[in-house]
Design a protein around this ligand. Structure first.
Ligand SMILES: Cc1ncc(COP(=O)(O)O)c(C=O)c1O
Length: 290
């Protein structure tokens, strides 16, 4: 496997960063994951926009030159022979730092951020999840992603722990709640429900990651004439829903067929979820052709 580290393509096993990088010391950095479809970077501008917004919040220098980022990623896909398949592209920007800098004190521009990009083929389990649906585990509010939920930062421990708990308990994903017991998001996904023909997804005001796939689904619903309410709701609303699904760039749209020990509706992916999966793929194809 070849990775991109700080402007160079190198063998993954040879990749080295300083332990003085503030990302290693304090989780000071951001990351993004997008799906490339046989080399086509879907919703690339939106991913760059989010990175730019997050970098600004962290006072992290960021050059939003779309051609430069695209060239880096395309070169990486080429080097890993991932142009003919779908790939998971993970881009990370960490604060940087060396033994002579104190990234908490120095002016942010004095520390050189480190860009690290990896690309791997999308796992075949993703298609299985999309087809069969998944079972999710609900977790108490201490698993919510903390104080800066709008940022996909390298302080990702709550999500990592939630994923680990879910997997080790025999579930595919975890659902997180705030202190008022409102549904927030999955550990690495956003949540939608369908009830009597209307969709609902938690409002971003509750403090969650505004997923790019979430935005895409909202846009596709508008095009399809499907009503979506961005509101707060609770576990009981998920349990009486006709359909529940998750969204994320790699997984796209995944039906939820079970929550804890309960079954969602009849335990089969529902018609609106299926329709949105289809419409999502049509949108990817349209974007590729244009
Ligand atoms: C906490 C969290 N929420 C939502 C998402 C989905 O975001 P996107 O649709 O931008 O991939 C992710 C993606 O990894 C995530 O980590």
């Amino acid at each position: 496997m070849i990775v991109h580290l700080d402007g160079e393509l190198i063998e993954a096993r040879a990749a080295r960063v300083s332990p003085f990088d503030a990302a290693y010391l304090y989780g000071d950095g951001i990351f993004d994951t997008l799906r490339s479809y046989e080399g086509f970077l879907y919703r690339f501008d939106e991913h760059l926009d989010r990175l730019e917004r997050e970098a600004e919040l962290l006072q992290l220098p960021f050059d939003r030159d779309a051609d430069l980022w695209r060239a880096r990623i395309e070169e990486l896909l080429e080097a890993n022979q991932l142009k003919e398949v779908d790939a998971r592209v993970r881009t990370q920007i960490s604060r940087g730092g060396d033994p002579d800098t104190d990234p908490r004190r120095s002016h942010p521009e004095e520390v050189h951020p480190v860009v690290f990009i990896t690309a791997q083929a999308v796992d075949s389990t993703v298609a299985t999840m999309q087809e069969r649906g998944v079972r999710v585990l609900t977790l108490q509010n201490s698993f919510a992603r903390g104080n800066f939920p709008l940022i996909k930062s390298l302080n990702y421990l709550p999500s990592v722990m939630a994923q680990r708990f879910a997997l080790s308990s025999g579930f595919e994903e975890a659902i997180l709640f705030n202190r008022q017991q409102k549904v927030l998001e999955g550990s690495a996904s956003n949540v939608f429900l369908v009830h009597e023909g209307r969709l609902r997804t938690p409002s971003t005001r509750l403090g969650l990651l505004p997923g790019i796939t979430r935005d895409t689904v909202l846009e596709l619903c508008r095009g399809e004439g499907l009503a979506v309410d961005e509101v707060g709701f609770e576990l009981r609303d998920l349990l009486i829903a006709d359909e529940v699904f998750l969204t994320a760039s790699i997984k796209e749209i995944v039906p939820v067929i079970g929550i804890d020990n309960s079954t969602v509706a009849d335990g089969q992916p529902g018609p609106i979820t299926r329709r949105l999966q289809r419409v999502y793929h049509e949108d990817v194809d349209r974007a590729r052709r244009s």
